[in-house]
Design a protein. Structure first.
Length: 178
């Protein structure tokens, strides 16, 4: 099965909204770890799609935003939640340098306050420049910030890595932005 890019994007955006931010919009129940019943998602969804279409989006999403449980009865977002969920992530040693994509319009605030998680549970970081640049493009004229994650880690700041490879931390002080 193959989906049109339009259909794939539409389902992906819907899943991001429901699984990361507003499950209540369709009355979907998420457990404490962010998992939702696939049957419940399919039956309550305001956007109609089949399990096969859902499976295609999960497997082919370029950012690998979603995961199925091993028994294929549940689905969740891998990171990016603005609602409280425990993804059961274990602290990990990050690379010495990570990257954060943002827009030029945010630089003054970042210099003053550091990188804040805003409405999300964590600040999101990339292991490579290109990914961070693409993220920054979503918000305006892109700027990629280089983060001294090795120094942060050595000072006791925890990092986590989501299932899809996004690095996460709670806050980045301006002094760690190179």
């Amino acid at each position: 099965m193959e989906l049109s890019k339009t259909k794939e994007t539409s389902i992906s955006k819907f899943l991001s909204l429901i699984l990361r931010h507003k499950p209540e919009e369709i009355g979907l129940n998420l457990d404490e770890n962010g998992w939702a019943s696939i049957d419940e998602l399919l039956s309550k969804s305001t956007q109609k799609f089949s399990f096969d279409e859902l499976d295609y989006v999960v497997k082919n999403n370029s950012k690998q935003r979603f995961s199925f449980s091993e028994d294929l009865t549940k689905i969740r977002a891998n990171q990016g939640h603005s609602i409280e969920v425990d993804l059961k992530l274990e602290p990990q040693t990050p690379p010495d340098t990570l990257y954060h994509g943002t827009a030029l319009k945010n630089i003054e605030s970042i210099k003053k306050h550091g990188l804040l998680k805003q409405q999300r549970q964590f600040v999101h970081l990339s292991a490579d420049y290109d990914t961070a640049y693409k993220v920054g493009m979503r918000y305006g004229k892109p700027v990629v910030l280089q983060i001294d994650s090795g120094k942060m880690f050595n000072e006791g700041i925890q990092f986590f890595r989501s299932e899809n490879g996004v690095w996460l931390t709670e806050y980045i002080e301006a002094k760690f932005i190179l």
